[in-house]
Design a protein around this ligand. Structure first.
Ligand code: B16
Ligand code: MG
Length: 225
């Protein structure tokens, strides 16, 4: 397959922020007496803040009803907790292999984009000093439809003038993998296969990216390009 563009998800792929999202949602869940473990958290990965809250509230066996205003307050509370947690974040939060992969792609003249659901993506890229690697950044402030809708990745591809079939999406969430496939893009899952059933290729982290990427380039594309 021919790949000239790689679009990265941020949280859980390039930067170790997924655990802070989980911790912040856990505080809220505890406060609301909603059972919430790492298993339920998988459903929140890659999903917008508002949709994450809806999914968390749906786990409530007592089905308490919240007004829009109350929901807005809860989402703000979660974001305040999250921002506190990432306040002191620096380059050490960049996940293993991530910087090497970005360097490798830059040297290979492959276009690099970000497709994140997070409204805090630019802040995180700045704190971790990753901003200069990106040819395009699309984040939660620029999309109207959350993953699994492909909008965030299609916007990135369009801005880079890349055909979707020439793009590889690197994702740690099932919602993001589905978004890639719906957009007719290639996908590489980061994490465990059991959590990412839609991804054909899954690696635990970016350390082995280069090998898998080269393997992918050597295979026939399902999109005939
Ligand atoms: P925020 P990604 C996603 O980022 C996270 O995976 C998800 O857990 C979070 O709820 C979402 O961003 C929104 O983030 O509250 O910061 O706007 O994985 O798409 O980079
Ligand atoms: Mg993610």
């Amino acid at each position: 397959m021919k790949i000239n563009t790689v679009l990265f998800d941020l949280d859980g792929v390039l930067v170790d922020t997924a655990r802070y999202h989980f911790e912040a949602w856990s505080v809220l869940a505890k406060q609301l007496a909603i059972p919430f473990t790492a298993k339920e958290n998988e459903q929140l990965k890659g999903v917008s803040r508002a949709e994450s809250l809806e999914r968390l509230l749906a786990l409530d066996q007592q089905r308490k009803v919240f007004s829009e205003q109350e929901k807005q307050g809860l989402a703000e509370q979660k974001n305040t907790l999250y921002l506190q947690a990432i306040q002191a974040m620096d380059e050490s939060a960049v996940l293993p292999g991530a910087k090497e992969v970005l360097e490798y792609l830059k040297n290979s003249e492959i276009k690099i984009g970000l497709g994140s659901a997070s409204k805090n993506a630019r802040l995180i890229l700045e704190k971790t000093k990753l901003t200069p690697y990106f040819d395009v950044i699309v984040d939660g402030t620029q999309v109207s439809k959350a993953k699994p809708d492909p909008e965030v990745f299609l916007k990135g591809a369009q801005q880079l003038m890349s055909a979707p079939a020439s793009c590889l999406i690197v994702e740690d969430s099932e919602a993001g993998c589905l978004a890639a496939l719906t957009g007719k893009m290639h996908v590489l899952g980061i994490g465990q296969q059991e959590n990412l059933p839609s991804a054909t290729y899954v690696i635990p982290n970016l350390v082995t990216f280069k090998e898998v990427f080269q393997q992918m380039l050597a295979t026939e594309s399902v999109y005939n390009s």
